[in-house]
Design a protein around this ligand. Sequence first.
Ligand code: UTP
Length: 459
Amino acid sequence: MDIIEKNKTRMAHLSENSAELSKQIEALDWNELKSALNECIFQKEETNLPAEYCPASYFPLTPESTEQKTLYDKAFKHGEVLIRSGKTAAFTVAGGQGTRLGYDGPKGTLPVSPIKKKTLFQLFAEQILGMSKQYEVTIPWYIMCSPLNLEATTIHFEENNYYGLGKENLNFFAQGVMPATDFDGNLLLASQDNLALSPNGHGGSLKALIDSGSITDMAQRGVEHVSYFQVDNPLVSIINPLFIGLHDLQTSDMSSRSLTKTGPFEKLGNFVSTGDRISIIEYSDLPEKKALEKEEDGRIKYRAGSPAIHILRRDFIEQFASGEIKLPYHRAEKKVAHLNKNGDLVTPEKPNAVKFETFVFDALPLAKNPLILEADRLEEFSPVKNKTGIDSLESSRSDQSKRARRWLKKAGYSVNEESIVEISPSTFPSAHDLQGADLQQYDLDSKIIYLGDEIRADE
Ligand code: UTP
């Protein structure tokens, strides 16, 4: 008996006395499970690498020639026109389980700013509000949650009066889930009434945008470009005119920001070129020899790493509607608590199960005319992933404060290196907005400096 039939028979038996389990079995997409099992367990590829590849070229942070300078100026202006005419939307993927951080609640509700302890969601909301004001336009915001955190997320926004953005401009929806199996492909039960289910990876966002009606909503609003970012990076530049402008001028289906890696083995996906397409090779898959290759000037060749910031053309996402174009499944070996044959709950100490996830960056090789624009790590990237150390709440708060001090200095003010500084993204969405601003009302000699007009009545 093949594994799908075997699972069906076993589940039919186990769900005889459980209406809830029957419902979950009925909702299972068996074809999808079959593909996942084939891709990740039965016909597992030896390598995840493209047949041939070389380092991907990218647009540098600052233009390196007069032609490039002219292009950047044109792209910036073009991006501004697109923003002002309502062609861009913000899109956050917030369906992850945040196991490394171990925070009790949706990660977006984590108090993350250095002084006011604003949540990640509030910082994004304020940035969107700031840009909306600047460009006199409504920028809709789509937030993908998982079935596990959708309710808590929507309640959080409701309690915070949608952070001033207007309920009608926010769109919350849940991504799909996939069942976990053991290493032989047998479905696992989390309890007598529940399959062991987990979110199907950030790649699930493309289909979820379609299934939730968000893509239709975007089309009705005239949105053409979707600015994709992860929930954990408070420094992300959500609506970036240069990035949007370059992406549209080059008629790119999907564009990405890159960071210059701190070293050959930094844990970031590597952008590579495969002819006229771009792919990302995960850090764990890039051969050591390749990772160490250097240019004549000493820089590492594979230096463009991915902070997972993209812009996708709405009509590119629509191509995923029919299910003919699909993202591949990746195998993640995890510890999954489950019922054993006797019906007892087992909490394993080592990975015992396979979870099936798709990754959004696997859409890149399908995208026509892709481009990469370098980002400044100090300005745009400081995610909260871990409890302590690198990419933790502490490191991110410190980076936020450092960036705020830099912005003030750039605007011509002297600030004590010891001062903790926070700048409201709704008042000053970018460094540029501080230039020439009247800051007389603020005590810039203080040890704690907060710059911003409040948007919430209770603050
Ligand atoms: P991560 O890879 O950091 O995973 O997700 P995570 O689940 O948040 O955290 P860990 O690995 O358990 O510690 C990167 C981004 O993708 C989103 C996350 O919310 C985060 O914004 N994501 C991840 C989803 O939206 N859905 C998923 O199924 C997985």
